[in-house]
Design a protein around this ligand. Structure first.
Ligand code: ZN
Length: 180
């Protein structure tokens, strides 16, 4: 269907209300649509409404307009009124671009502060992590061990120790190395 063509049948903008929550919709067949809202398998946002208290009201009959204009009407309702609808059915690219332009403009200061905060926090975190790592690592590296050969070594110098005469002699005495 070409959304820019005039609609053939009438469409209805309607409101579901349960005394507390509101849902807005667009339909060709109000009765059928209301029934589908009332079914148990209804998985649209209208299922948040209390089915027993739900009232159905046609707000506007749309005819001789394009389908895209119908969607715009529905979107305006959703945007400008408190309701459970999450998705705005019509969102042109220009709308979205305009939305974000406005969002950044209105929130410029907040966004800048947030980014700065995030950055600062992250730097602190990184610094802290690397210090913790350093100390933990340094601790492990310098941990002293008593070797079975009677010698001592630190974790860092274990390989050096293994090459010392005292250790090599021990391995030979121990039988690990054959005495050639
Ligand atoms: Zn040793």
């Amino acid at each position: 269907m070409d959304k820019n063509q005039l609609i053939k049948d009438k469409l209805f903008l309607y409101k579901l209300h349960d005394g507390d929550l509101t849902y807005y919709g667009l339909t060709k067949d109000p009765q059928n649509r209301l029934n589908s809202h009332k079914t148990k398998s209804n998985n649209c946002r209208s299922s948040l409404l209390d089915k027993d208290k739900m009232t159905f009201e046609i707000l506007k009959t749309l005819e001789n307009i394009t389908y895209i204009d119908c969607l715009k009407e529905e979107s305006d309702l959703i945007r400008n009124n408190e309701c459970v609808n999450r998705q705005v059915s019509y969102n042109s690219k220009e709308d979205k671009a305009e939305y974000w332009r406005k969002y950044y403009k209105d929130n410029e200061e907040r966004i800048r502060t947030r980014n700065l905060k995030y950055y600062t926090k992250n730097i602190d975190n990184m610094r802290e992590k690397s210090l913790t790592y350093y100390y933990k690592h340094a601790h492990t590296q310098n941990k002293k061990y008593n070797c079975l050969c009677g010698g001592k070594y630190t974790h860092r110098h274990k390989a050096d120790h293994n090459r010392t005469k005292i250790h090599q002699d021990y391995l030979i005495k121990d039988g690990t190395y054959p005495n050639l």
